[in-house]
Design a protein around this ligand. Structure first.
Ligand code: CMC
Length: 429
C-alpha cells in the first residue's frame, strides 16, 4: 500500500500522496491541496519545495554528494572531460567512442556565430560588464537562428542545444576581447573545447599562441565542475521562462541574468574582490568579526551554500586544480592565495562557521584559479555561464519533454490592503 501524509484541518483530514525518488527524501505531493482544501503552502526561497521531477542531477547536501546521471562529480572531473559531461547531461548516458566523436564534431561545427553578431557587440560601451553583454548577446541568438526556435520540434530543440553549447564560449570570448579593445579571435575547430576557449580569449593576430595543457585541463575542469547543479536559482529561472513556451535562447539569457547576482554565480567575482579587500592575513580577524556581526550585512563570499551543509565536493577538486595551476605558473607567494588559505583554516575551525555549517564553496577556489589563468574578475561569472549552459539546456529539454509540463505559476500569501474604493484626486486633498 502506498503511504500517504495526513493533514488535519479541524475535523477534516486530507490525505496527500507520498512520492519516492531513486535516492533522496520522499516528497509530499501537494498538487491537489488547493482543490481539496482551498489552502496554499508557503515556502519562501523554496527550501522545502520540489518544483519538478528530474533525472539529471542529484545532490545530497548533508553528505557533500553531487551526481550527474548517477556519476560522482569528482570522477567526471578527474577522469572524464567537459564535452563528455555535456553528452551525459543531455542524453542520460556516457557516450561510446563513436557517439563521442560524432557529438564533438557536431559541437565544433557550430562554434562560429553569425558575422553580424560582431556588429551587435560594437553597440555596447567598452566598459560594459561582460555579463551585461552576455545577457544581450545570448538573447540576441534568437534573432539570428530562427530555424531552431520551434520548441515543439525535437530536432530543432537538439540543434538549439548544440548551438548554445558551441556558441556561448565564442560569445564569452568576444565579450572579453571587446572589453579589452582587442580584435575578436575566430574559433579553431582543431582544438578541444577548453583549448579553443583559451585561444579565443588570449590569442592575438600578431603572434602564435601556445596552449599550456595544464591550464587547458584546469579550464576543462572548471567547466565540468560548473556544468549543472539541479534546481538552483538560474536553472529554476530557465525552467520558469521555458514553461511559457519561450524560445531556448531567450530562456538561457534569463538564466544568465539570474546567475549574475552575487548570491549565485557572481560569488566567485565577489570572493576574489573580498580577498583583495582583506589584502593581508593580519586583517582576517576584522573581516571574520564583520561576517559574524548581525548588524553588518557583510558575508564571507565563497562560504556557505543553500544545499551543501558539508564540504562542497566541487570545492575539493577546485582546490587541487588551483594548486596545479599556481605551481605550473610558478606563482608561489601569491598574497591572495595566502589570505585564502588562512581564511579557509580559520573559518573551518571557528564555532560560528562550524555550527552554521558554512564551508568554502566552489567559488572560493575557482576565483583564484581564474585570476591565475589571466581572466579579470569581471569575466568570472561569464565563465560560469559558459559552463552552466549545458545544465540549463538539459533541464530545459527535460521540462519541455515532460508530458505533465505546465506553465509555472507560483501562488502567494497576500498581505496587502483588502479591497477598497477608489477616491478621486480632489477628495484626497
Ligand atoms: N558569511 C557569514 N555568515 C553567513 C554566510 C557567510 N557567507 N552565509 C550564511 N551565513 C549565516 C547567515 O547570516 C545565517 O545566520 P543566522 O542563522 O544567524 O541568521 C545563516 O548563516 C544561514 O544563512 P542563510 O542566508 O539563511 O542561508 P541561505 O541558504 O539562504 O544562503 C548563501 C546561502 C549561499 C546565499 C549564503 O551562504 C551566502 O550568501 N554566501 C556567500 C555568497 C556565496 O558564496 N554564494 C555562492 C553560492 S555557491 C555557488 C552557486 O551554487 O551559485
Amino acid at each position: 500500500m502506498t503511504e500517504a501524509a495526513k493533514l488535519s484541518l479541524g475535523a477534516k483530514e486530507t490525505e496527500l500522496a507520498l512520492r519516492q525518488g531513486t535516492i533522496g527524501p520522499d516528497v509530499v505531493d501537494i498538487a491537489s491541496l488547493y482543490k481539496n482544501t482551498g489552502l496554499f503552502t508557503y515556502d519562501p526561497g523554496f527550501t522545502s519545495t520540489a518544483s519538478c521531477e528530474s533525472k539529471i542531477t542529484y545532490i545530497d547536501g548533508d553528505e557533500g554528494v553531487l551526481l550527474h546521471r548517477g556519476y560522482p562529480i569528482d570522477q567526471l572531473a578527474e577522469q572524464g572531460n567537459f564535452l563528455e559531461t555535456c553528452y551525459l547531461l543531455l542524453y542520460g548516458e556516457l557516450p561510446t567512442r563513436t557517439e563521442m566523436s560524432d557529438f564533438t564534431y557536431r559541437v565544433t561545427r557550430h562554434t562560429m556565430v553569425h558575422e553580424q553578431m560582431s556588429r551587435f557587440y560594437t553597440g555596447f560601451r567598452r566598459d560594459a560588464h561582460p555579463m551585461a553583454v552576455m545577457v544581450g548577446s545570448v538573447g540576441a541568438l534568437s534573432a539570428f537562428y530562427h530555424d531552431s526556435t520551434d520548441i515543439t520540434d525535437p530536432h530543432q530543440r537538439m540543434v538549439a542545444s548544440i548551438r548554445m553549447i558551441a556558441k556561448t564560449p565564442t560569445l564569452a570570448a568576444m565579450a572579453y576581447k571587446y572589453h579589452i579593445g582587442q580584435p575578436f579571435v575566430y574559433p579553431r575547430n582543431d582544438l578541444s573545447y577548453a583549448e579553443n576557449f583559451l585561444h579565443m580569449c588570449f590569442a592575438v593576430p600578431c603572434e602564435p599562441y601556445q596552449i599550456n595543457p595544464v591550464l587547458a585541463r584546469a579550464m576543462d575542469r572548471i567547466f565540468t565542475l560548473h556544468a549543472d547543479h539541479e534546481q538552483n536559482a538560474s536553472t529554476s529561472t530557465v525552467r520558469l521562462a521555458g514553461s511559457s513556451g519561450a524560445n531556448p535562447f531567450a530562456c538561457i539569457a534569463a538564466g544568465i541574468a539570474c546567475l549574475w547576482g552575487p548570491a549565485h554565480g557572481g560569488a566567485n567575482e565577489a570572493a576574489l574582490n573580498m580577498l583583495a579587500e582583506i589584502g593581508t592575513k593580519d586583517r582576517i580577524p576584522e573581516f571574520i568579526a564583520r561576517a559574524k556581526d548581525k548588524n553588518d550585512p557583510f558575508r564571507l563570499m565563497g562560504f556557505g551554500h543553500r544545499v551543501y551543509k558539508n564540504y562542497d565536493p566541487r570545492a575539493k577538486i577546485m582546490q587541487q586544480t588551483c594548486h596545479e595551476v599556481l605551481t605550473e605558473l610558478g606563482i608561489k607567494d601569491d598574497p591572495l592565495l595566502e589570505v585564502a588559505m588562512e581564511l579557509e583554516q580559520i573559518a573551518l575551525h571557528d564555532p560560528y562557521f562550524v555550527e552554521k555549517k558554512l564551508y568554502p564553496n566552489v567559488d572560493f577556489y575557482s576565483g583564484i584559479t581564474l585570476k591565475a589563468l589571466g581572466f579579470p574578475t569581471t569575466m568570472f561569472t561569464v565563465l560560469f555561464a559558459v559552463a552552466r549552459t549545458v545544465g540549463w539546456i538539459a533541464q530545459w529539454k527535460e521540462m519541455i519533454e515532460d508530458p505533465h509540463q505546465r506553465i509555472g505559476r507560483p501562488r502567494q500569501l497576500y498581505t496587502g490592503a483588502a479591497q477598497r474604493e477608489y477616491a478621486s484626486l480632489d477628495s484626497r486633498g
